[in-house]
Design a protein around this ligand. Structure first.
Ligand code: BMA
Length: 364
């Protein structure tokens, strides 16, 4: 595979940010990026030739943007819950609502959408639920999603056994979203990653970070700990957030995150004006016993928008990871929304992803 060279000016200056870790250690990648040399992208990730895997044209009900899906293996199949922003008629660019739909697959590549949308949550208080992530724990499928309300954005957690009935277990205080659950409990507690929006006291308009908390029952959450500050990700100058639910590996919990860089100059392609944000995918390893501790992190984005379906769409230059599956042969399937328009898949070998996270970037 050809390695991709991305020159530094592709991203805005990281605002003089320097990663600061507890032990004062400066990872080697910081020097590379700060030196202004071109940054060599990793080349261990391969985009699926069938991309985009799921698009609005495949959906048997009104659909315009199919993206930001959660994916899990459940009851012998792959199951996907995707976000659907739909228009006033099929394919229309005038978005009038959001729901979440389900699709099934035998191989994780060819998907069959269910005939009807699954969840559309609307009330006087709630305008929509979206950006689902799926985690199977003890044989039940948990669903995390963002909930837009009149009083702020809340992180919701629900559980289902059949992708028909669903029971809400908790809704966070606003503003919070991008929650993901770990696939195992620790000391009897559910574990989650999340991304609150601290607009006061954090500095900067969108310096949002990635946090951890745990819960005995999936309703009451505590033991809140900072996992990764956005300033520790040198290729972005704004917010980060959890991607797909972590998977257990021999080296730690492997997990993706999204990282946002706000450009100051040219507008990026979009269906609306004023779009300046690039969303890349990062990858890191968290300690198995203390999942709020970063064991290693790739010094470069795992993926940046490059393919046509990632560069152009409702919001171009957006990669938004929401599903990760570790196959028995070591292949890791990474599902991501592209350009807020379609759902895609990339694959890599788990050993290469672990090496990317650990090479020179151990944090302890
Ligand atoms: C984020 C979320 C995502 C979306 C992304 C890019 O803030 O709203 O759903 O994919 O912006 O538009």
């Amino acid at each position: 595979m050809v390695s991709i060279m991305v020159s530094k000016p592709a991203f805005a200056e990281p605002h003089g940010r320097r990663p600061q870790f507890d032990d004062g250690h400066t990872p080697s990648y910081v020097q590379t990026i700060a030196s202004g040399e071109s940054v060599k992208m990793n080349n261990c990730v391969e985009r699926c030739p069938e991309n985009p895997l799921l698009t609005a044209g495949r959906i048997p009900y009104p659909a315009t943007l199919i993206f930001n899906a959660g994916v899990a293996r459940f009851q012998g199949k792959y199951v996907m819950v995707f976000r659907n922003d739909y228009g006033d008629r099929p394919g229309s660019r005038k978005i009038v609502g959001t729901n979440m739909g389900v699709a099934y697959s035998d191989d994780g590549i060819a998907w069959e959408p269910a005939p009807q949308p699954w969840i559309e949550w609307k009330s006087e208080e709630i305008s929509r639920a979206y950006d689902p992530r799926l985690t199977v724990i003890d044989g039940r499928c948990y669903l995390c999603f963002a909930v837009d309300t009149r009083h702020g954005i809340r992180g919701g957690i629900a559980v289902t056994d059949d992708f028909d009935r669903w029971e809400v277990l908790s809704l966070s205080a606003p503003d919070n979203r991008n929650m993901v659950l770990f696939p195992e409990k620790r000391d009897g507690k559910f574990l989650r990653l999340e991304r609150p929006f601290p607009i006061y006291g954090r500095g900067g308009p969108e310096n949002f970070d990635l946090w951890f908390s745990d819960s005995p029952d999936c309703a009451y959450w505590g033991n809140t700990q900072l996992v990764l500050g956005s300033e520790q990700v040198p290729w972005c100058n704004a917010k980060i957030g959890p991607g797909a639910p972590p998977v257990r590996t021999r080296a730690g919990w492997l997990t993706t995150f999204h990282a946002v860089n706000i450009g100051t100059n040219e507008e990026l392609p979009a269906w609306h004006t004023g779009w300046h944000k690039t969303y890349t995918i990062g990858i890191m390893l968290l300690d198995i016993e203390r999942p709020w501790k970063v064991v290693g992190i790739s010094g470069e984005p795992l993926m940046t928008p490059e393919a046509e379906y990632e560069l152009n769409g409702y919001r171009g230059h957006v990669l938004f990871p929401g599903g990760m599956i570790l196959e028995p042969d070591g292949e890791v399937k990474i599902y991501y929304g592209a350009a807020d328009t379609v759902e895609c898949l990339a694959t890599a070998h788990v050993d290469e992803l672990i090496a990317l996270c650990l090479n020179g970037n151990a944090m302890e």
